[in-house]
Ligand binder design. Sequence first.
Ligand SMILES: NC(=O)C1=CN([C@@H]2O[C@H](COP(=O)(O)OP(=O)(O)OC[C@H]3O[C@@H](n4cnc5c(N)ncnc54)[C@H](OP(=O)(O)O)[C@@H]3O)[C@@H](O)[C@H]2O)C=CC1
Ligand SMILES: O=C(O)CCC(=O)C(=O)O
Length: 448
Amino acid sequence: MSISQAIEKVEARYAHQPEFVQAVKEVALTIAPLYDAHPEFQKMKIFERLVEPDRIICFRVNWENDKGEVQVNRGWRVQFSNALGPYKGGVRFHPTVNQSVLKFLGFEQIFKNALTGLPMGGGKGGADFDPKGKTDSEIRRFCYAFMRELHHYVNKDIDVPAGDIGVGGREVSYMFAMYKNLTREYGGVLTGKGVGFGGSLMRTEATGYGAVYFLENMLAAQNESIEGKKVLVSGAGNVSLHAAEKACMLGATVLTVSDSQGTLYDANGLNQEKIDWLKAQKAQSKPLCDYVDVYGGEWFAQQKPWHIKGDIAIPSATQNEVNEDDAKHMVENGIRYIVEGANMPLTAEAVDHIRLHRVHYAPGKAANAGGVAVSGLEMSQNSVRQYKTFEEIDERLKRIMKNIHDGAAEASANYGQTDNGYIDYMAGANIVGFKRVADALCAYGILN
Ligand SMILES: NC(=O)C1=CN([C@@H]2O[C@H](COP(=O)(O)OP(=O)(O)OC[C@H]3O[C@@H](n4cnc5c(N)ncnc54)[C@H](OP(=O)(O)O)[C@@H]3O)[C@@H](O)[C@H]2O)C=CC1
Ligand SMILES: O=C(O)CCC(=O)C(=O)O
């Protein structure tokens, strides 16, 4: 079956899972030249195999709120592919979580993890639980209940979850405590644990910092530097605030952050004090717009950052947050680099538009791979029970992001996708990630 026939099959079978179909099509359309050059992939039906997860575990989560009322949520773990290592990927708690969203995230994670060069397969999990407005005791009871079910299916050598939207250090600690309690195993079953009980230094910063390291490599490839560039960031969570932090450290002017309520614009740019204030504000679930009373700037209620002029955009909130109109605004406003901190933040139409206008574009599976890469380093530190310094991890992260950049650029050139200095990172990253997984699957025969 050719790639185009395989896409048609996925579209027909999963028409009710639009995010998953979108992610599959993006990979499929860019790996066609690789597939044509490797008839063994077609013979072994590698693509058709990779679009079906190894398994999807779905379970009920019963928990009690502070009033003693029984609550019922749905949880999932999508174990997509363990061709390259234990299933690995985050857990998302958000009311919009469903199978389509988790399948798209798990599918992306296979190739992202392959790009890191570390031994990790791809998976993703989550629940349709809304952490907003919940007390700490409610969050704790939910995390315990979630892991009470999930612990049957995860283990340091089988499947290693971590955080994602709505799941940070606090939630990982509660889940780890329940896992440890039920299994009596103290190991690396989750990453993003607290430093001091198995966590790696720099895991918290890694995704945002890694995205900016990737950006530095993109700029260097065009003989440019980040210093003095105007940067628009969306989101105000783990990825966004650390991307903003690293960009500021390297001399960029970060003009915006945002959340589901609107966009904060500071024409003077953020600095470390302002970022620390934002981190504290978000940690207490307080509104972003309070910033204006403390530091000035403007609050655009219910608006995204993309109407503002800048050089670089780092969308770091959620999937499909940048639609075609937003992409048009970005191009009109002078954005020349887009680095995806979030997973699939651009719609397919937005991607087409910015590529048409030759905006340098780093897809999430390459640009935000720093988080899972440091998770991989956490797994190896847990295995040898020895911990590295912040500087050692930072150095390793920089090297991994450079390798991902250079590998994607090389594949883009080798498969004829580079033209007059414009590097097709989307095609390059998909080709490198897919080939690593496909080679392993061919070697295994028809298992997996
Ligand atoms: N954490 C990690 O290490 C990694 C995360 N990612 C990806 O990065 C993105 C952000 O994750 P992370 O920072 O961890 O999550 P957080 O929960 O820490 O932050 C998410 C941020 O995005 C905003 N947001 C979420 N949904 C929407 C929406 N529908 N519209 C507008 N804003 C929204 C949130 O606003 P509000 O608070 O108002 O909801 C919040 O500011 C996700 O796509 C995730 O998959 C990718 C690689 C690794
Ligand atoms: O660190 C991990 O395992 C999870 C990271 C993640 O969920 C992602 O890369 O999207």
